[in-house]
Design a protein around this ligand. Structure first.
Ligand code: GLV
Ligand code: MN
Ligand code: MN
Length: 424
C-alpha cells in the first residue's frame, strides 16, 4: 500500500465481511448447546471453554499470538509497525446468561477479530499493535458478581475468593480450575496503563432506543452505575395451619409489600433512565406448611447519575422501613456492590463519530443501561462503546436478534474507528 492509499483511497474503502461475522456468531452460539435444549455458555463451563477454543483457533489461523492472562482473559495480539507503541484494545466477552442469545458480548469479540482479519486481507499493518480481548466472566450470574476479567486488567479488586460458592453450590476455587486460574492469581493480570492506547467495545444495545428510532449506530455517552443490596426481612416462622392471620409476622408478605412498591418509588424519585429490580428471592424455612420466618432478596438500582441512585436508594430504604414496621417485622439492608456511572472517553467517542460520518451511517448518542466491561475499563484506559440495534430491545434471551446489516455496520464502524485511532 503506497502513501496515497494509506491517506485516503484504499483504507477508507476497507470493509469487513459481514457474512463471516454472522456465521461465526452462529458457530460460537452452537458451542453452548446443552442437553436441556438451551444454549448457554456460563463462565468457566465446558461450553464456555469450547467457545473460547474455537475463538482462539480463528485468531491463531490469522497468525495472531494468543495467550491467557492470570485473570483468565483470552488475548489475541497482532503486531503493529511499531510494537513499542501501546496496544489498541478491542473486545468484549463470550460468556452468557442462562439461555442467552447470539450477540451479547460475542459480537464485540467476533467483530474485533473481523477487523484484524480485514487488515490482514488488505495487507494493512497498523502502526500500533492490536489486541483482541475476551474478558473473563462478564455476566457474573453464577457467583452474583461479574466484570471479573476487566476488573483484573484494571487492577481493581474483583471481590472474589476461592472459598465462595456459586448458585449450584460449587466452590469458585474448583470452578476456576477449568481456566487454570485462582482468585489470588487474578490480581496479577493488572496492566500497565501505559501499555494500552485505548479500548473500544462493540456491543448490541440490549434496549430499544435504536430500534424504536430506526437508528443504525449508537455512540455510547456513559454506562449506568449499578448498586446492589441484599435485603433480609425477619419475621416469625410458625405453623401455617394453627396461626391465625392476625397473629402472623410473615416475612414474605412484608417483603412482597415492599417489592410491590419498588416501581412506584423508583419512578417517583428517578428519571426516565432509572431502573430498580428485585431479581432473586428466597425464604426460610421454605416449606408449604410453615409461615416464612425470613425472606432474603436482591435489590439493584441503576442510573447514569450517582445522585439519583442515592436518592432512590434512600427512598426505597425508607419505604422498606415503613412497611416492615407496619407488619411488625425487622430488616437488614446490606450493600453488596457499587459501580459508579461511567462516562465514556470524549476522544474515543469523537473517533467513533468521525468513523460513522465517514461511512455515511446514521447514528445517535445514547447512554447504556446494561453494564459492560467498558464500565470498568474506562476507570483506567481511554474507552468507548459502539452500539447496534437489538430488535424490539430484547436481550439476555434466546430471542435476542440483530439484523445482519446492523451487524455489518457495527463491524465497519469498529474498523473505521480503529483506523482513525491508529492514524491519530
Ligand atoms: C450485564 O449484562 C448487565 O447489564 O447486567
Ligand atoms: Mn454483554
Ligand atoms: Mn449480558
Amino acid at each position: 500500500m503506497d502513501d496515497a492509499e494509506k491517506k485516503g483511497g484504499k483504507i477508507n474503502s476497507m470493509r469487513t465481511n459481514g457474512k463471516r461475522v454472522v456465521t461465526r456468531l452462529n458457530e460460537i452460539y452452537q458451542c453452548g448447546k446443552k442437553e436441556d435444549g438451551t444454549y448457554t455458555r456460563m463462565a468457566f463451563s465446558a461450553e464456555d471453554i469450547k467457545g473460547r477454543k474455537l475463538f482462539a483457533s480463528w485468531a491463531q489461523e490469522l497468525g495472531m499470538n494468543v495467550r491467557m492472562d492470570e485473570g483468565g482473559n483470552l488475548i489475541a495480539r497482532m503486531d503493529g509497525q511499531n510494537n513499542d507503541l501501546p496496544a489498541i484494545l478491542m473486545g468484549s466477552h463470550l460468556d452468557t446468561v442462562p439461555d442467552g442469545g447470539k450477540y451479547d458480548g460475542v459480537l464485540g469479540c467476533v467483530g474485533a477479530l473481523e477487523v484484524c482479519e480485514t487488515f490482514k486481507a488488505e495487507g494493512y499493518i497498523p502502526k500500533h499493535p492490536i489486541e483482541v480481548i475476551v474478558f473473563t466472566d462478564e455476566e457474573g450470574f453464577r457467583f452474583g458478581k461479574g466484570l471479573t476479567g476487566s476488573s483484573a486488567v484494571c487492577g481493581r479488586d474483583a471481590g472474589i475468593q476461592d472459598s465462595e460458592s456459586d448458585i449450584y453450590g460449587e466452590e469458585r476455587g474448583h470452578v476456576m480450575q477449568s481456566y487454570g486460574i485462582t482468585s489470588e492469581g487474578v490480581k496479577n493480570a493488572a496492566r500497565d496503563p501505559e501499555s494500552v492506547y485505548c479500548f473500544v467495545e462493540l456491543h448490541v444495545e440490549q434496549g430499544a432506543r435504536l430500534y424504536r428510532t430506526n437508528t443504525s449506530i449508537g455512540v455510547v455517552s456513559s454506562i449506568a452505575g449499578v448498586n446492589r443490596y441484599e435485603i433480609t426481612v425477619a419475621g416469625e416462622a410458625n405453623h401455617a395451619g394453627s396461626t391465625a392471620m392476625a397473629d402472623r409476622r410473615d416475612a414474605l408478605v412484608a417483603a412482597a409489600g415492599f417489592i410491590n412498591k419498588v416501581p412506584e418509588v423508583t419512578t417517583e424519585y428517578g428519571n426516565e433512565f432509572t431502573v430498580a429490580t428485585v431479581g432473586t428471592i428466597k425464604v426460610t424455612p421454605h416449606s408449604v406448611n410453615v409461615i416464612p420466618g425470613t425472606c432474603t432478596f436482591s435489590l439493584e438500582i441503576r442510573d447514569t447519575d450517582a445522585e439519583v441512585m442515592s436518592l432512590v436508594e434512600q427512598k426505597l430504604q425508607e419505604t422498606l422501613g415503613d412497611i416492615c414496621k407496619s407488619y411488625g417485622v425487622s430488616y437488614t439492608f446490606v450493600p453488596t456492590s457499587f459501580h459508579e456511572p461511567a462516562p465514556m472517553s470524549e476522544w474515543v467517542k469523537e473517533n467513533i463519530v468521525n468513523a460513522v460520518k465517514e461511512l455515511g451511517i446514521d447514528y445517535c448518542v445514547i447512554p447504556s443501561g446494561a453494564f459492560h466491561d467498558s464500565l470498568i475499563m474506562t476507570s483506567v484506559f481511554r474507552t468507548a462503546m459502539i452500539f447496534v440495534p437489538s430488535e424490539k430491545g430484547i436481550s439476555h434471551s434466546r430471542y435476542e436478534y440483530t439484523k445482519d446489516e446492523d451487524v455489518e455496520n457495527g463491524c465497519n464502524v469498529l474498523l473505521q474507528t480503529i483506523l482513525n485511532i491508529d492514524r491519530d
